[in-house]
Design a protein around this ligand. Structure first.
Ligand SMILES: Nc1nc2c(c(=O)[nH]1)N[C@H]1C(S)=C(S)[C@@H](COP(=O)(O)O)O[C@H]1N2
Ligand SMILES: [Mo]
Length: 251
């Protein structure tokens, strides 16, 4: 474990500077084929990570004593029309579901899958769980450490059976945000759909009832208030590129 813990960052130090060379030399790897020339920097980062890191290299995990307070950033209640990312199509629904302690809430999983599914919170909690204490790194420059409990996204994808041609997984929220990832990150052992935080139910402000924890990328890709998952055969912008962010925010 220790050995692997060291790997992600160490491995990448010094690599990105020479990554320009890699782009030319790695036509055989699957490019994410997203964005345009302005996004060439992302492409370099993406390729460097995908070429040089073992797919399952773990992000560092911490101990209980390292847990810090976590600020709640961005949407803290998708049912509140005053929040900047409020989505009128889903805000009221979220409010209603929350009023009933999410008893009628379902996570729908569709797209390039053999058995599209709708999972209740209890369904997800019956699946094998994973607990991890990790550092959340926000692109705004702060970080915090928390314990997260949830079901590995891999388990949910196994339950619906992704088709062989499936290449991306796009997650949608009750606010105006989505998060798209490739299959390598989707199947990563620390990529979980979390329903617990620091030993309790996931609080509203942190994404109740279910949020993505994507430990291999920056904070904005860890989607809160997950509503729907779409498995894709080809790349689609999740909104990052349209709003000037990197689609791939690997760390
Ligand atoms: N649905 C949704 N997910 C989101 C956001 C958001 O505004 N809406 N903000 C993102 C950003 S920028 C960060 S840093 C983290 C913050 O998670 P936290 O509020 O639990 O600290 O959530 C991410 N996921
Ligand atoms: Mo963030």
């Amino acid at each position: 474990m220790k050995r692997i813990e060291l790997s992600r960052r160490r491995f990448l130090t010094g690599v990105t500077s020479s990554a320009g060379l890699l782009v030319a030399g790695c036509a055989e790897t699957e490019p994410p084929t997203y964005g345009n020339l302005l996004r060439v920097g992302d492409l370099v980062t993406y390729k460097a990570h995908r070429l040089l890191l073992p797919a399952n290299a773990l992000a560092r995990e911490y101990s209980r004593g390292d847990i810090s307070s976590s600020p709640a950033i961005g949407t803290t209640n998708p049912g509140d029309p005053n929040q900047s990312l409020f989505d009128p199509s889903y805000g009221e629904t979220f409010d209603r579901l929350r009023g009933d302690a999410f008893a009628d809430w379902r996570l729908t999983v569709e797209g390039s899958v053999l058995r599209p599914g709708a999972f209740s919170l209890a369904d997800l909690q019956r699946m094998p769980a994973r607990t991890q204490i990790t550092r959340h790194t926000c692109e705004e420059g702060w970080s915090s450490i928390a314990e997260w409990t949830g079901v590995p996204l891999k388990r949910v994808l196994e339950a619906v059976g992704t088709k062989p041609e499936a290449r991306y997984v796009q997650l949608y929220s009750y606010d105006y945000v989505a998060s798209g990832i490739d299959m390598i990150d989707a199947l990563h052992p620390q990529t979980i759909l979390a329903y617990g935080m620091n030993g309790r139910d996931l609080p509203l402000a942190h994404g109740a009832p279910l949020r993505l924890r994507l430990e291999t990328q920056l904070g904005y890709k860890s989607l809160k208030f997950v509503r729907h998952i779409e498995v894709l055969d080809s790349f689609e912008d999740d909104g990052s590129i349209a709003t000037g962010w990197a689609w791939y925010a690997g760390i």
